[in-house]
Design a protein around this ligand. Structure first.
Ligand SMILES: Cc1cc2nc3c(=O)[nH]c(=O)nc-3n(C[C@H](O)[C@H](O)[C@H](O)COP(=O)(O)OP(=O)(O)OC[C@H]3O[C@@H](n4cnc5c(N)ncnc54)[C@H](O)[C@@H]3O)c2cc1C
Length: 275
């Protein structure tokens, strides 16, 4: 009983410090949510503001099995569509979990103030996006990522003001510190002064985005360069499947007429006589 009371009055997470590297949709929401739960967070990013992460470029929307359109959608259908869309190569347990909590993700974002598109009657609107059999995409015009990031950033700012998150903008993670097989800290460079410092914590979360910039042509932000994840890989972290990478058709150069459907945009430019 005494232990329970102590835990309620002084939950153990209050004494834990966590490092979150990256403040895109993954990092900003993880930092804000963990801080809300009581953890003490140090958050790091390249940019001068957490709002400038590459996530801001995402346009389309988020799929969630809310079945607002009453067209037979369900957690199972979203799970199946997503697996099929991933050529049956995705990890099923993870995809199922994603489908299961998809509705809550939308509710969470709405609570953060994300202005998803709505029908005239006031209900959240849905589009039918590629690879999906039903209309289940929640969106905000062509700026879904930007609006989501603003929502996550607001939640993060609230925790910064509450003193639970300390933000370190314009910093680059250079190395990961491992103690007894666990990630316990990072080495960073201050991108303004060039000064190198180290920070320790009980755990480190790497939310450092994709790695499209390993390719010469990419529409991803220059910061999506895998520098942080590469350090973790060098320290023994496993790399699951490098074939899962986002590409955009517009950056594939045209070299023959029947090259691939992926060159749709370039192809139409060529038909217009513009390339
Ligand atoms: C044009 C476009 C359209 C898209 N459309 C959709 C869509 O419709 N639906 C959808 O679900 N997804 C879409 N995506 C994909 C989605 O945007 C990304 O998967 C998602 O935003 C990645 O978020 P993230 O937080 O993991 O990474 P990011 O937003 O890239 O954030 C990475 C963070 O890590 C930091 N960082 C990286 N390396 C270091 C380092 N060494 N040291 C310090 N900090 C570091 C950066 O500063 C940044 O803050 C789209 C993407 C693009 C480009």
């Amino acid at each position: 009983m005494l232990l329970m009371l102590t835990r309620i009055l002084c939950p153990p997470q209050l004494s834990y410090e966590l490092i979150v590297v990256g403040t895109g949709l993954a990092g900003a929401s993880a930092a804000a949510t963990l801080a809300e739960l009581g953890y003490n967070i140090k958050a790091f990013c390249f940019q001068d503001s957490a709002r400038r992460a590459h996530s801001i470029a995402a346009q389309g929307g988020i799929n969630a099995a809310k079945n607002y359109q009453n067209d037979g959608d369900s957690v199972y259908r979203l799970f199946y569509d997503t697996l099929k869309g991933g050529d049956f190569r995705s990890r099923e347990a993870n995809v199922y979990r994603l489908a299961e909590i998809s509705g809550q993700i939308i509710d969470h974002c709405v609570a953060q103030g994300v202005p998803f598109a709505r029908e005239y009657g006031g209900l959240l609107a849905n589009l039918s996006f590629g690879g999906a059999q039903v209309a289940r995409t929640f969106y905000t015009r062509g700026q879904t990522g930007q609006q989501l990031l603003l929502g996550a950033y607001s939640a993060l700012s609230r925790q910064i003001a509450a003193g639970k998150v300390k933000l370190f903008p314009r910093t680059e993670m250079l190395d990961l510190v491992i103690i007894d097989g666990k990630a316990r800290g990072i080495v960073i460079r201050n991108l303004i002064s060039g000064q190198i410092e180290s920070h320790c914590a009980h755990a480190v979360l790497l939310c450092t985005g994709g790695y499209s910039n390993v390719f010469f042509l990419s529409t991803n932000a220059r910061g999506a360069n895998i520098t942080a994840a590469w350090q973790a890989y060098k320290k023994g972290a496993l790399f699951a499947n490098p074939s899962f990478i986002q590409i955009h058709p517009t950056c594939i150069p045209v070299y023959e007429h029947h090259q691939s459907k992926l060159t749709l945009m370039s192809e139409s430019l060529r038909n217009d006589g513009r390339v």
